[in-house]
Design a protein around this ligand. Structure first.
Ligand code: E4P
Length: 232
């Protein structure tokens, strides 16, 4: 499963992209509204940083408006994927945009039926919102499993994005269920790093190594010799 970052913050993308784990990013109007600066510039900078698909969302409610916004957003950067909210107008817009060769991420999908309609319109990505399903006491794992099963059974090629990810367990569930992508907030990506045994283990290795000061000198001289050889 590939990992995207779900954010409107260039600083967050900059930090996490340095880990080398990002395959793309998703933004939405709420995330961008929290940021200072021109949204177009933010989207372009995120595109440059992740070097993969970056979803930018339309906000019109009629197909013509969505299509016009989608075409304009796509022109911001070659990596832009146009995010279109699920509704019948969104389906029409998604179909028109995909027919022009524009990659579409259909967002706000909460059921297998909606996912099948989105796939029928030809979208590249279908975003199922796990956290918001859990918020209304619907088992998000069950819904994602249904979508995966329906897509695999019918040979659907649209990729499933696990979205509205609230904790690391959502990421594991998405991977186990067969989602192609999880789009994950920076906070959860940070939580995914943590394990007490990793912290304790690293501390133990460091202390044991430092108990033999000559080992530190040896490693330093090994590094210096190599640097000297590559310079010479
Ligand atoms: C997906 O692309 C959305 O941007 C996002 O995952 C929404 O998450 P939320 O429910 O935490 O707002």
């Amino acid at each position: 499963m590939r990992l995207f970052i779900d954010t409107g913050s260039v600083a967050e993308v900059q930090e996490i992209a340095a880990w080398g784990i990002l395959a793309g990013a998703t933004t939405n109007p709420s995330l961008l509204a929290k940021e200072d600066g021109d949204p177009g510039e933010i989207i372009r900078r995120i595109c440059d940083l992740v070097g993969g698909p970056v979803s930018a969302e339309v906000v019109s409610s009629d197909p013509e408006g969505m299509i016009a916004e989608g075409r304009a957003l796509r022109e911001l950067h070659e990596h832009v994927t146009v995010k279109v909210p699920f509704c019948k107008e969104g389906l029409a817009a998604a179909h028109a945009l995909t027919s022009e060769g524009i990659s579409v991420n259909m967002t706000l999908v909460f059921s297998a039926n909606q996912a099948l309609l989105a796939a029928g319109a030809g979208v590249t990505y279908v975003s199922c919102f796990m956290g918001r399903l859990d918020d209304i006491s619907v088992d998000s794992g069950q819904v994602v499993a249904e979508i995966v099963e329906c897509f695999r059974a019918g040979g659907v090629t649209s990729q499933i994005i696990a979205a509205s990810v609230r904790h690391p367990e959502h990421v594991i569930a998405a991977a186990q269920l067969g989602c192609e992508i999880a789009t994950v907030p920076a906070k959860v990506l940070h939580q995914m790093l943590e394990h007490p045994l990793t912290t304790a283990g690293a501390e133990r290795f460091r202390k044991d190594w430092e108990s033999r000061p000559e080992f530190g000198d040896w490693l330093q001289s090994l590094v210096s010799k190599r640097v000297g050889a590559t310079r010479g």
